[in-house]
Design a protein around this ligand. Sequence first.
Ligand code: PLP
Length: 341
Amino acid sequence: MSEKPDPMTVPFGTVFCDWMATAPSEDGEYRYAGKVEPYGDFSMSPAAHALHYGSTIFEGLKAHTQVDGSLAIFRLDDHVGRMRQSAAQLRLPVPDEALLRQMIIDSVEANVSEVPPPPGSLYIRPTLIGTEPNIGAAATPSSEALLYIVNCPVGDYFKGGVRPLTLLLEEQIPRTTPQFGMVKSGANYAMALAPTLDAMARNEAVDQILFATGGDITETGAANFFLADDDRLVTRQLDQSFLHGVTRASVLTLAADLGYEVEERPIELDELEDWASRGEAFLSGTAAVLSPVGTMLRGNAEITFGDGQPGVNTLRLRESLVAIQNGSGGDPHGWRTTVRS
Ligand SMILES: *Cc1c(COP(=O)(O)O)cnc(C)c1O
């Protein structure tokens, strides 16, 4: 235990806590023993559905040390709900809300001693995979599945902390398919990998790809996209084409609380220059929190937002989000679930 590297200095998601919660299904019902077990490898059939036909889904949420020393999970029920929705879309047995909630809480309570101090946090990764051993099941769902929760102590997602990102606009290749846009499934990340790597290989300065397929600006590989100025916050309206971030929803609520006018609508590529001249852009996600965008590359054009540094509105929204996450502010929307620590 004590030889683990410092989570604040190693890459995000590479250090794992000592305990995990596991529930294999039996006749389509998840069987949780009611307690965590030591983190470790497990075995499965080489014919498992997930390994051949991509029946994998996951969630990503965080528990934060509070200013009073307790520990709270941020928007637990929203993540539980989204995971059940992803499971349903892959026709995997859908875990009970109460069971999934309990397994997440148990995993966090077991790993309390490994939660790093702020700005670090405990990243929680609920995972669900199809385990039916049947390679003839390409066109049928996996009747059995394994649900498990692992945790990672984490620091900053992006190397170097809060620094402005450079995004490349990808106008041709889609991030995913229409029916998988709002599903947190492994297949989406496999799909986005080649175009992302190819684009990055062409330009070393690029941190992330912003998918704007056919001019429709949606999101990056793992974060939602916003424009902001002193009065307004703009992000794309919800439909099935992209992942409905819990952070996205939180930012919209907080912005409205702070008096911003909130617009959920299509963002035109041709608006970007204008926003850059007088506004800000940022990404949102559990891992990324709120990450300022300094520059966007569109073909040969370089669009720099303001002076390329984090904008005041981005930082203000980030602070108000972080204040709820770490308990230094109130919780008017009931987003914190306090756990035993
Ligand atoms: C997880 C994820 C997000 C961010 O969602 P949050 O709930 O805010 O963490 C955005 N886009 C994609 C593709 C994702 O996988």
